[in-house]
Structure formats: structure tokens, C-alpha cells
Design a protein around this ligand. Structure first.
Ligand code: HEC
Ligand code: HEC
Length: 490
């Protein structure tokens, strides 16, 4: 109770502050907000799940795990790291790749537990970029009847030779589904102090569609694999603590909605609050990992039993006879799937850095002043009853409400995912992002990795975050740098 009261207090405070504003027009919403007093535990981003490794990789377990948990972590890691091969093969434990797939391993996209090197612009067979397909028309919920909800650009070799089938369908080669044309155009602007900036605006088009055109209601949502550390702790936040923040119709009138996606749990069929994925499509970590196995690698499992072949993809259906399509024949059995989930769940988070630095503290004040925390909720105390005790009742600093927000036209993909619309994205967690460059050799932000710096990421904020962006534009260079240093430190 004591821990929860902190959250409640924050809300009362926000409520009071935004009530003071309600006479002001929307764009003037940015009243000065005082940062709350600095707490010592801000250094320990993830409570007992914090680890001390600042370089090399994000792939380390939390500090306080038992040796059995560490063993499970590293065993689970092997399923995350090792590439899968096509069935039938000499290695029955790791076959079942495809028939259609994006890459052969989780780590190919989540390099170092983070974001793989972003695909270059040009005409490409995408690797780290995932092209999701979704409806642009709210009255049609269905994904594409041929390609499903995601483009799998690769395929295992399989060719049907049965003359009777060949007569009936042109699609008797198992082919990767499409290529991607990606280009950037430059957008330029200036800060209030006259310093110019430049953003890269991407555009995407599918080419070489192997099985015919997309349905007319289908749009593309291009995504770069996100960071995966700390997911167990996000899984351990009480749903009630999320829903306390819900304000879908912006009743409090602060210009910021906080809408939670409502998505099916594929095992219980219940409709639950979405947490994982850029539009919160998955309700829990287990389902997120199971979906990744099936959709990204073509590995069927007890949550997602069927391969991603549609009826049109004739060779794909025949090729899948080597694995999948019956519960007895799952390509990853539950014990290994569960270990992969455990690995994801026990991934720790690096500690905050330099928070005592004066500039960083000034940046912290600016973060609250600009109302960044209205979406990037700084902290939670995780559920005291979470089944893994090391993750229970931890004070964590992820800086996200896990809610959907209208982020404006600039970031919009036009695609619906359950209750999320084409302008909505889940607030990205900010913990650990300042280390991306050291851990992966690259720095890329936002859902499709278009932003090359934290400053660019902020400059793409629009919609409900337009006032925060405008206030950022109005800062002096010194204030901007301090804010960025704070975001890099958390
Ligand atoms: C082809 C690239 C690719 C592969 C392979 C891949 N992922 Fe991902 N991963 C993504 C993308 C893209 C997302 C965002 C999905 C969305 O928006 O719905 C994601 C999301 C996630 C998330 C949720 C992160 C969050 O912040 O909500 C987890 C956890 C995750 N992946 C784990 C895995 C695991 C485990 C595997 C292997 C079984 C895997 N991924 C394989 C690209 C990939
Ligand atoms: C209205 C809600 C909202 C506000 C206010 C807001 N953000 Fe965000 N922020 C988001 C969402 C949603 C995303 C993810 C957008 C995407 O992936 O395209 C995001 C992404 C980011 C990212 C990129 C993180 C990553 O790893 O990709 C950074 C950095 C960031 N915000 C910083 C800030 C700062 C600093 C402020 C205050 C100046 C701020 N945000 C205000 C909602 C908000």
C-alpha cells in the first residue's frame, strides 16, 4: 500500500496541475511542472533486476537471481541465439524453420538484446525491418487474405512437382513473400535559437510480391526490432496500475489520452490489456515470445499451432508437413518455449549512469517541465504477487505508461491493430536507451528506427506530444543538451 500511494500521489498532483491549465488553449498546455524530489533508487533502474554491465551487450540476467535461474537464463538464451534450420534435418531439436520466415534466429533482429543494424535504404530483402500488414479501414478488421499480418521475405526451398497441383495453382514454388523499397527524404527545421536540424522521413513500398497484390484495405507498418531487456518487469506491473492511467477520452483535459489496447489472450481467449509490441498487440511476455517464434522464424508452438501459410501459398502448405500443423508435431515444445520466455523475463536492465551530475539533474528538471513524464511514466512498484519472486515488488524506472498515444501524422502508419489506430503508438520505455551505441555499435530510435539521435526522436513527436515537442524546440541549446543527457543517463 505504501508503495502504491506514491503512484496515486503523482496522479493527484498531475490532476491538480492540469486542472490549473484547463483555461489555457491546447498548445499552451506546458505549464511549468516541478520535478519530484530525486530518489536514491532512481540509480537502480530495475530494483533487484538491475545489473552492472554498461558495455558489450544488454544480454545479462538480473543481479539477484539464483544459480538455477541463471542456468535457465543461459539455456533459454541458446534458443534465442542459435539459428534454426529447415526440416527435415540431422538436428531434430532445431529444425522447423519456415516454410516462410524473416530470419533464422531471435538474435539476428535483437542484436545484443537491442535493435539490429537497420537495413540500408534501397531495394532490399529486409532483415532487421519487419513489414507488418494491417487494415487501414476500421470497418474491415481482417489482415491480408494472402500474406497475413506480416511479410516473411524468406522461404525454405521447396518445389511441388505434382502435375495435378501445378495445373490448379501458379504458386507451387515456396517463395519469400516480397522485397522492400525504402527511401528517405530530408526534412529540415530550426530550433527557436536558430540552430538548424534535419530529420529523415522514410517511405516504404513492397515490390516483387510473390503471390499477387495486397488486398486494397491493407497498409504497411514497418518496424525495427525493439530493445527486449526488462520485459519481465514490464510484464510484472499490475494491470490496475496501468489502468489507473487510462484516460482514453482525455477527461482530465491535459491533451494526452493514454489508451490501453485490448487484445486477445490466445490461450484463454480472454480480452486483456495489451503491453508488448509497438502497438501493444500482445498481452503478456509468453504470448509475445510465442508469436515471435511463429511469425518471425516459422517455429510453431502450443500458442500458435499453425504455420503462416495461407491457402494461396500452396507449396508453403505442403512444405509445412515436415513440422507443425498438429499439436503432437510442434516445432518447439513447451519446455523450450518456456525457457526462452524465462530468458526474456530474467533479462536485467543496466543501472542509471551519472544521475548525480549537475547537468543531468538540470535535464531531469526539464524532462518534468516539458511533461515528458505524462506518457513516459517514470516508475512503478511491480506486483507483489508476481510468480517470479525476484521480479515481484521491485521499484522500477522504465519511463513508459505502456499506453497508446496519438503521435501525429509524421509518425502515423495508417494501420489498425485491435484498438490501436493508424496514428497511435505505445510509449517507448526509455531505460537503458542511452547505452545503445555502446552495446550495438548503432543508435536508432522510434518504431522504424528513423531517428538517429534522441533529439531527432523528440522532434518526431507530434499529436498529443506536440506541446512537448514545441517546448523542446523553444529550449536553449544548453537546456536541450541537458535534457538529452538525462535521457541518456536513465
Ligand atoms: C525479424 C526480426 C525479429 C525476430 C527474428 C524476432 N523479433 Fe522480437 N520483435 C521484432 C519486432 C519488429 C518487434 C515489435 C513487434 C510489434 O510491434 O508488434 C519485436 C518485439 C519483441 C518483444 C517485445 C518488445 C516490447 O517492447 O514490447 C520481445 C520480448 C521480443 N520481440 C522477443 C523476441 C524473441 C524471443 C524472438 C525469437 C523467438 C524474437 N523476438 C524474434 C523483431 C524480431
Ligand atoms: C503523448 C505522449 C508522449 C509524450 C508527451 C512524450 N513522448 Fe516520447 N514517446 C512517446 C511514444 C508513443 C513513443 C514511441 C513512438 C514511436 O515508436 O514511433 C515515444 C518515443 C520516445 C523516444 C524514443 C525511444 C526509443 O527507444 O525509440 C524518446 C527518446 C522519447 N520518446 C523522449 C521523450 C521526451 C524527452 C519527451 C518530452 C520532451 C517525450 N518523449 C514526450 C510518447 C510520448
Amino acid at each position: 500500500m505504501k508503495d502504491n500511494s506514491k503512484l496515486v500521489f503523482t496522479f493527484i498532483l498531475l490532476g491538480v496541475l492540469s486542472a490549473c491549465d484547463s483555461e489555457q488553449p491546447h498548445s499552451a498546455q506546458l505549464q511549468s511542472k516541478r520535478a519530484p524530489a530525486f530518489e536514491l533508487n532512481e540509480h537502480k533502474t530495475a530494483g533487484g533486476m538491475t545489473h552492472k554491465r554498461l558495455f558489450a551487450s544488454y544480454l545479462y540476467p538480473g543481479e539477484k537471481l539464483s544459480s538455477k535461474q541463471q542456468l535457465d537464463f543461459w539455456t533459454g538464451f541458446s534458443f534465442f541465439r542459435d539459428p534454426w534450420v529447415a526440416a527435415p534435418s540431422a538436428t531434430g531439436n532445431r529444425d522447423g524453420l519456415g516454410p516462410l520466415f524473416n530470419t533464422r534466429s531471435c538474435i539476428a533482429c535483437h542484436t545484443a538484446g537491442s535493435r539490429a543494424k537497420i537495413d540500408e535504404a534501397g531495394h532490399i530483402l529486409p532483415l532487421s525491418l519487419v513489414v507488418r500488414l494491417g487494415s487501414t479501414d476500421p470497418s474491415i478488421k481482417a489482415v491480408d487474405p494472402i500474406y497475413g499480418g506480416q511479410i516473411q521475405p524468406r522461404a525454405i526451398s521447396y518445389r511441388l512437382t505434382d502435375a495435378n497441383i501445378i495445373k490448379k495453382s501458379p504458386y507451387t514454388d515456396n517463395l519469400g513473400e516480397a522485397w522492400l523499397d525504402k527511401s528517405y527524404s530530408k526534412i529540415t527545421g530550426v530550433f527557436a535559437d536558430g540552430e538548424p536540424y534535419e530529420l529523415l522521413k522514410p517511405s516504404y513500398q513492397l515490390t516483387k510480391l510473390a503471390y499477387g497484390e495486397l488486398a486494397p484495405h491493407i497498409g504497411l507498418s514497418v518496424r525495427l526490432a525493439p530493445n527486449i531487456f526488462g520485459m519481465g518487469l514490464l510484464n510484472a506491473i499490475k494491470t490496475d496500475d496501468l489502468l489507473k492511467q487510462e484516460d482514453s477520452d482525455d477527461i482530465d483535459g491535459n491533451g494526452i489520452s493514454a489508451k490501453y489496447n485490448r487484445v486477445p489472450n490466445v490461450i484463454t481467449q480472454a480480452i486483456e490489456v495489451g503491453r508488448f509490441g509497438f502497438k501493444s498487440k500482445q498481452p503478456n511476455l509468453h504470448q509475445q515470445v510465442a508469436a515471435a517464434f511463429r511469425d518471425d522464424i516459422g517455429i510453431t508452438n502450443s500458442s500458435f499451432v499453425d504455420e503462416t501459410c495461407s491457402k494461396t501459398q500452396v507449396a508453403c502448405n505442403y512444405a509445412s508437413a515436415y513440422g507443425g500443423h498438429s499439436l503432437a508435431d510442434l516445432e518447439i515444445p513447451d519446455n523450450r518455449l518456456d525457457l526462452t520466455v524465462t530468458f526474456n523475463e530474467l533479462l536485467g536492465v543496466p543501472p542509471a549512469r551519472n544521475l548525480n551530475n549537475k547537468t543531468v539533474q538540470a535535464g531531469r528538471a526539464t524532462f518534468y517541465q516539458l511533461s515528458c513524464q505524462q506518457c513516459h511514466t517514470p516508475s512503478y512498484v511491480t506486483d507483489e504477487n508476481y510468480p517470479v519472486k525476484e521480479l515481484a515488488k521491485q521499484t522500477i524506472w522504465p519511463y513508459t505508461d505502456l499506453a497508446l498515444h496519438d503521435m501525429g501524422e509524421g509518425l502515423a502508419d495508417g494501420v489498425y491493430e485491435f484498438n490501436a489506430n493508424g496514428r497511435e503508438w505505445r510509449t517507448a520505455p526509455l531505460w537503458g536507451i542511452g547505452l545503445q551505441k555502446y552495446k550495438t555499435g548503432q543508435q536508432r530510435f522510434l518504431h522504424d528506427g528513423r531517428a538517429r539521435t534522441i533529439s531527432e526522436a523528440i522532434l518526431w513527436h507530434g499529436g498529443e506530444a506536440e506541446p512537448a515537442k514545441k517546448a523542446y524546440l523553444a529550449l536553449t541549446k544548453q537546456q536541450r543538451d541537458a535534457l538529452i543527457q538525462f535521457v541518456k543517463a536513465i
